[in-house]
Design a binder for this molecule. Structure first.
Ligand code: SF4
Length: 226
């Protein structure tokens, strides 16, 4: 069971402006409902990286991930964590019933609560796994999600080839969306000499001049000594 804070729901709802006060009760109620109706579960696996070049990362057992910028994210990577975490179908089933009844506002707020549970569950799992690999002496990179700039939505196929998501009752749909929808999938590079690390003090972005880079992790602070 996740411990959900109403602020996490607000983050998923986006800026509410003047409506914040009137929505407050709905948010509190939805936070409580989502906490009890969700059954968070997760699955993960670590695979060694065999090579990362020319827009393709090759993992052991023949798995691959394609994306022009992926080799940059895997520069120095020895392995990667694949993880899927889900809130379960409880919240979205109730959201569908609310929408059917015409309770649209409550439905939207509860939907955001389901997203918040899935994000919370994935972050907890991610933090635990990252901690374990860091304890073993590896650096970890920023989590990469299928359907984002470095890795398009077809990356979901790799995620579901690598992980037996049936074990947590998660299915990949033809559309490449997942069921339950309140599910997160991530790929996290790791390595003793990983270049692009998930640590602001070490991330090379701070001194990288690629001003239009869509994967930038940190603000450019200039070249040291300049
Ligand atoms: S800003 Fe530079 S170092 Fe950071 S991800 Fe982009 S290209 Fe890489």
């Amino acid at each position: 069971m996740v411990k959900l804070d109403p602020e996490e729901v607000w983050r998923c709802l986006g800026p509410a402006g003047a409506a914040r006060e009137s929505l407050n009760g709905d948010v509190l109620e939805a936070t409580e409902f989502a906490t009890t109706a969700s059954k968070p579960r997760g699955i993960s696996r670590v695979l060694n990286v065999e090579s990362a070049k020319r827009g393709k990362v090759h993992f052991e057992f023949g798995h691959t991930a394609e994306g022009k910028r992926l080799p940059h994210l895997f520069d120095g990577a020895e392995a990667a964590i694949f993880l899927i975490a889900t809130a379960g179908p409880g919240v979205e089933t109730e959201v569908a019933a609310m929408m059917e009844r015409g309770d649209h506002i409550e439905g939207v707020v509860l939907d955001a609560s389901g997203s918040a549970v899935a994000i919370n569950a994935a972050e907890q799992m991610q933090a635990q796994l990252m901690w374990e690999v860091e304890q073993a002496g590896y650096k970890v990179g920023p989590p990469i999600t299928p359907g984002t700039e470095p890795w398009d939505i077809e990356g979901q196929r790799t995620m579901f080839d690598v992980l037996v998501a049936d074990e947590i009752d998660v299915t990949l749909l033809e559309s490449r969306l997942m069921y339950p929808q309140k599910t997160q999938s991530k790929l996290i590079p790791l390595g003793r000499n990983l270049k692009l690390v998930n640590n602001p003090d070490e991330a090379p972005c701070r001194t990288c001049r690629a001003s239009r880079c869509p994967m930038r992790l940190e603000e450019y602070v200039g070249i040291l000594g300049e």
